[in-house]
Design a protein around this ligand. Structure first.
Ligand SMILES: NC(=O)c1ccc[n+]([C@@H]2O[C@H](COP(=O)([O-])OP(=O)(O)OC[C@H]3O[C@@H](n4cnc5c(N)ncnc54)[C@H](O)[C@@H]3O)[C@@H](O)[C@H]2O)c1
Ligand SMILES: [Zn+2]
Length: 361
């Protein structure tokens, strides 16, 4: 199965997301590689080790030279120093404005690659070849690119849309189970906040993992939901992307409070979704049965719904710090039912505290 999703922005630009198993082998059908002078393969060391030779051979079929630029695996590569090393390599090899950058890796590679491509020579074309489930359903879509700075995440960057996103599900076969289940939290998020049918499809399962055959359809649905949301607010100025933050208010606080960084982003979001659902319950917008169904679905995917190692006070402190940085009041994404997220909610402090006490037990 192969599916193409078109993201049509309100400007005249549109880009495609292609999803399917093994589709990178036909990359030349999706991108006119001969249009470019050189191809830069920016790859994270893990993705390079597993797939680098294969991708280089595939790209070289176009008759173009491929310049591999390998970055160390991990969040540390979203840094100014790594960016500088990449600029140096591109400049040393005299890459001109007709170069094409292919970002092969997870969200780290995509975020760095999009910024590198958008800033080198004031912008060269780039494509996203996401190799993690998180990158295929979330980070490669929407054009947000950039690096971390001064201990803060994603604070330097640009909006830069790739020419195309090619989500080849064959890459996911080498991902550790914990990366798969953590990213599944974002898929469950799309279902819970935006698409009851997707939620039901996930909830009908008896196993919290996806088979090779069903992955393309699930990823295509999740990618469509993200694409539709970002298309109406390309540069995130209209607050229309807020729905994507379901579970992220408490999720970010958990990540911030978890100084040892033992928790994965999706795991923190999972607990955050349970918290937001419980808040919705206390505000009488969500019935108890739906809270239980959401928590059961998260558990099915091996995701946590509580954080007994943290205290409500630490989480409140982290949420306050978040509010101070953004300069805005905390607005919650809550549920009016499964698949019916609502944005812009202000929640009374005592309800927040009650729920934080529950999830910290
Ligand atoms: N731009 C956005 O809109 C957006 C949205 C969400 C997250 N993000 C960013 O994405 C990043 C997280 O993305 P991620 O979870 O993909 O992290 P990642 O890029 O660090 O990849 C996770 C791990 O998987 C390894 N890996 C990659 N592909 C693999 C494969 N096919 N097989 C085995 N191992 C593989 C990597 O080496 C790494 O160790 C964060 O920096 C976050 O800020 C960006
Ligand atoms: Zn997220």
């Amino acid at each position: 199965m192969q599916e193409t999703i078109k993201i049509g922005f309100q400007t005249d630009k549109s880009i495609n997301i292609v999803v399917g198993h093994g589709i990178t082998s036909q990359i030349g059908d999706y991108v006119d590689l001969k249009r470019y002078s050189t191809i830069i393969l920016l790859a994270d060391s893990e993705a390079a080790k597993l797939y680098g030779d294969y991708i280089i051979r595939t790209l070289e079929k176009s008759g173009r030279q491929v310049l591999p630029v390998i970055i160390p695996s991990g969040e540390g590569s979203k840094s100014l120093s790594q960016l500088e090393k990449c600029y140096q390599l591109l400049a040393e090899h005299n890459i001109d404005r007709d170069g094409l950058l292919c970002a092969l890796g997870g969200g780290v590679t995509g975020d760095l690659g999009g910024f590198l491509a958008g800033s080198y020579l004031r912008g060269i074309d780039y494509i996203q070849l996401p190799t993690t489930l998180l990158a295929q359903v979330d980070s490669s879509i929407g054009g947000k690119t950039g690096i971390n700075f001064g201990g803060r995440k994603n604070i330097i960057g640009i909006f830069n849309q790739p020419e195309i996103i090619i989500a080849d599900t064959a890459f996911l076969e080498s991902l550790p189970p914990r990366e798969m289940s953590s990213a599944s939290a974002e898929i469950i998020k799309y279902g819970a906040a935006m698409d009851a049918e997707l939620f039901e499809k996930l909830a009908r399962r008896d196993k919290g993992e996806f088979s090779r055959d069903e992955l393309p359809a699930i990823i295509a649905r999740a990618a469509t939901l993200k694409a539709q949301t970002v298309a109406i607010d390309e540069t995130d100025r209209l607050d229309k992307r807020a729905i994507l933050n379901f579970g992220h208010t408490v999720g970010h606080a958990i990540e911030a409070a978890n100084s040892l960084r033992k928790i994965r982003h999706g795991e923190a979001v999972s607990i955050g979704m349970a918290a937001a659902a419980r808040i919705s319950g206390l505000l009488n917008t969500l019935v108890t049965d739906d809270i239980i169904r959401l928590e059961n679905l998260l558990r099915l995917f091996n995701l946590p719904v509580s954080c007994p190692d943290l205290t409500p006070a630490t989480l409140l402190e982290a949420m306050k710090a978040d509010k101070k940085i953004s300069g805005r009041q905390l607005k919650w994404v809550l549920l009016d039912g499964i698949g019916q997220g609502t944005t812009g909610n202000i929640v009374p402090g005592e309800i927040v505290r009650t729920v934080l006490e529950e999830i910290c037990q």
